[in-house]
Design a protein around this ligand. Structure first.
Ligand code: HSE
Length: 311
């Protein structure tokens, strides 16, 4: 058995506008890294966390990475093993880019690989969902599933868990802008209505089916016109500075679609070229800067790999 391993896991865009809690995809950057070492004491420790400005707990009973890994070890009867975790946050916390998911998935994948467990990475999903539950009070899978499996993922059902990897057109790029404002997922979930009208449900499920059809049919036009959300976006957009102005700019510059990434405040646009994605990201960053708001931008195509061993 190897004694140590370093793993990267990618950021993810959950919801994909119309698919609240059921759709998500992975991107190439940003992402988080975990270095895991085998120790001689049967326990999980966290020796170091960097890049979090002291926001994440080193206590293994309170950290989503160690808690998920602990659940995994229990499930395979390997609580006899000792593991030490170093977590290197390479992406912002509370960004709507699946920050806790990237850390948790990196930790779980590191443990599985160190232990030589050959089972499919997708089998780690229930343990990763425990981490989400801890991070924001709800164990949704639309960040952890694409972070673990790569690509575009549909959570067809939560009980029982039924997760489907979807195809996607080649050459679809994603521009992400993360405005420097804090929107904790827990709070962004509390402001959503818990009852909806039937006519709104009909509109929404038509759009979800349209988006999934567009992915299968390689029909970028259909993808674009289906990415509309009348349930969640009208409420959450209020937490994001200049949301509608940013949409107008992105669409005028040739975006296929535009919306909130996960629970925000990050926003994303699909484009048909890397160049357009870069131009949109730059322009939106400039627009936010003019309003006195700093931001980070990322441009990527869809990451089909999920977690990877980097050392
Ligand atoms: N589907 C979740 C939500 C994703 O929108 O609350 C959180 O990133």
């Amino acid at each position: 058995m190897e004694n140590s391993i370093q793993v990267f896991a990618p950021a993810t865009v959950a919801n994909v506008v119309c698919g609240f809690d059921v759709l998500g995809f992975a991107v190439n950057e940003p992402g988080d890294e975990v270095i895991m070492r085998v120790t001689d004491k049967p326990s999980i420790t966290i020796s170091k966390i960097t890049g979090d400005n002291g926001r994440l707990p080193l206590d293994p009973a309170k950290n989503t990475v160690s808690v998920s890994v602990q659940h995994y070890l229990q499930s395979i009867n390997r609580t006899d093993i000792g593991l030490d975790i170093e977590l290197h946050k390479k992406m912002p916390i509370g960004s709507g880019l699946g920050s806790s998911s990237a850390s948790t998935v990196a930790g779980l994948f590191a443990a599985k690989t160190l232990l030589g467990d050959e089972t499919d990475a997708a089998k780690l999903l229930p343990f990763a969902m425990k981490g989400e539950e801890m991070a924001c009070g709800h164990g949704h899978a639309d960040n952890v599933a694409p972070a673990l499996m790569g690509g575009f993922v549909l959570i067809r059902s939560y009980e029982p868990l039924d997760v489907i990897r979807l195809p996607h057109p080649k050459g679809l790029y994603c521009a992400i802008v993360f405005p420097d404002v804090d929107v904790p997922t827990r709070e962004a979930r509390q402001i959503i209505r818990d009852k909806i009208y039937m006519k709104d449900a009909v509109t929404q499920w038509g759009n979800i089916a349209g988006l999934v059809s567009g992915l299968f049919m390689n029909d970028i036009g259909l993808i674009g016109r289906s990415m509309k959300d009348i349930l969640v976006e009208p409420v959450r957009s209020m937490l994001i500075p200049d949301f509608y102005k940013m949409r107008e700019i992105a669409m005028e510059m040739g975006a296929v679609s535009f919306g909130i990434s996960g629970s925000g405040p990050s926003v994303f646009a699909f484009t048909k070229s890397e160049e357009t994605a870069k131009q949109i990201a730059q322009k939106l960053q400039k627009n936010l800067a003019a309003a006195g708001i700093g931001s980070n931008t990322y441009v990527s195509d869809i990451n089909n790999q999920g977690p990877k061993v980097i050392g």
